[in-house]
Design a protein around this ligand. Structure first.
Ligand code: HEM
Length: 360
């Protein structure tokens, strides 16, 4: 048999010579080797490798969304890849447990050598945030400042260019808005929904009036008025536009209505995949937020109230980002508008057929 000189060899294929030679400890360079710095470097490198894979999935999903239509098999691929994205998120969230085996005092052995480097210079992390749809105006003032001030010029430019491109949130909006779910021949769904939601709110009001009195009653009725206003905005595009301008909602009116419809009729086979897509996106947000919380707690444990190596206020700065840097918030807002199944009309057969399995 002829010998294959090009045969694949494990360490060559994986370029392990480069990969395993890339753990240069700053503490060693300063002549004061700190045992735990290896764990610190390997953990961060493992994160960056997983970020690379997450971006690979995200970019592929975004290229599927780019076209004028998203057929069923593309939708299935999208959901599959985004679910892989969340599986990686779960894995990396757990990596914090490994890093926390380093004691705060052991961290102090090498921490000062790292200044002014910091996790907020992770371009891949920022790219994930931007591509998913985190807007610059959403970021806290401190986040905005650090974001642009602490990066190398080429990294800053790369991210600024990315901010000009379409995000997954925009693509989701376009897809939802073009689904044929808002107008049906001979089936006045949205009129039925408006009446059913009105009846639900009237019943809520009756329960409140029977249960509370005095100041409690006043507070509860004010809350209910707020909910009534949010429902009213669904049927009044000008009001909806105003809520959007105030930043209360970001999806377009059509997109939100379609997402609501999918949620209301998620048991219909037709809506299984679209519903999975919407829930997977919410999961991505939840898992990012869970990572941010765990990271804040780890930072508190390691630093107490010390500032970060990058110069931020440390855990306070990160806690504020955790609240501000949420994604796909509108998909959570949809729960406000859900009605119980028994209050919904069954979809007429003709409509099920008309919409078919290829939605958009
Ligand atoms: C001992 C462990 C760690 C400590 C004490 C720590 C500390 C901090 C601090 C204080 C900040 C705020 C910026 C600053 O002033 O430096 C920060 C930001 C950040 N860190 Fe960590 N970190 C640790 C581990 C990690 C790991 C393992 C990752 C994984 C990639 C990571 C990723 C990030 C990211 C992405 C940010 C920016 C977050 C944002 O701006 O919202 N950190 N870290």
């Amino acid at each position: 048999m002829r010998k294959n000189t090009q045969a694949c060899y494990y360490s060559d294929y994986l370029q392990l010579d480069k990969l395993l030679d890339a753990q240069a400890m700053e503490s060693e360079r300063h002549g004061n080797p700190a045992h735990d710095e290896m764990l610190f470097i390997v953990t961060h490198q493992a994160y960056e490798l997983w970020f690379k894979q997450m971006l690979h999935e995200l970019r592929s999903v975004m290229s599927l969304f780019e076209g004028e239509t998203l057929d069923d098999s593309a939708l299935a691929t999208t959901v599959h890849r985004l679910k892989r994205f969340t599986a990686i998120q779960r894995l990396v969230n757990e990596q914090i447990t490994v890093l926390e085996t380093m004691s705060p005092q052991d961290f102090l052995e090498f921490r000062d050598y790292l200044v002014p480097a910091s996790g907020f210079q992770s371009v891949q992390f920022k790219e994930l945030e931007i591509r998913l749809g985190l807007r610059r105006d959403q970021r806290t003032e401190a986040d905005r400042q650090f974001f642009y001030a602490r990066l190398k010029d080429e990294d800053r430019q790369y991210l600024l260019d990315l901010e000009q491109q379409e995000t997954l949130t925009c693509q989701l909006d376009r897809w939802l808005a073009r689904l044929p779910l808002l107008e049906f021949d001979g089936f006045a769904f949205w009129e039925h929904y408006r009446k059913a939601s009105q009846a639900m709110l009237d019943s809520d009001e009756a329960i409140i009036r029977n249960t509370f009195d005095g100041d409690d009653l006043k507070v509860q009725l004010e809350e209910l008025d707020g909910t009534r206003a949010r429902f009213a905005a669904l049927f009044d595009e000008a009001h909806y536009k105003q809520m959007r301008e105030e930043g209360q909602l970001s999806l377009s009116h059509r997109a939100l209505m379609s997402a609501l419809f999918i949620n209301l009729y998620r048991d219909e086979p037709l809506f299984h995949l679209p519903f999975q897509l919407l829930t997977t996106l919410m999961e991505i947000d939840e898992l990012f937020t869970a990572w941010r919380y765990r990271h804040v707690l780890m930072v508190q444990r390691m630093l107490g109230s010390k500032i970060g190596t990058g110069g931020s206020s440390g855990s306070d700065y990160l806690r504020r980002n955790t609240e501000a840097n949420r994604l796909f918030k509108d998909l959570y807002a949809i729960s406000t508008y859900l009605l119980p199944k028994h209050a919904l009309p069954a979809l007429p057969e003709a409509i099920k057929k008309k919409v078919g399995f290829s939605l958009g």
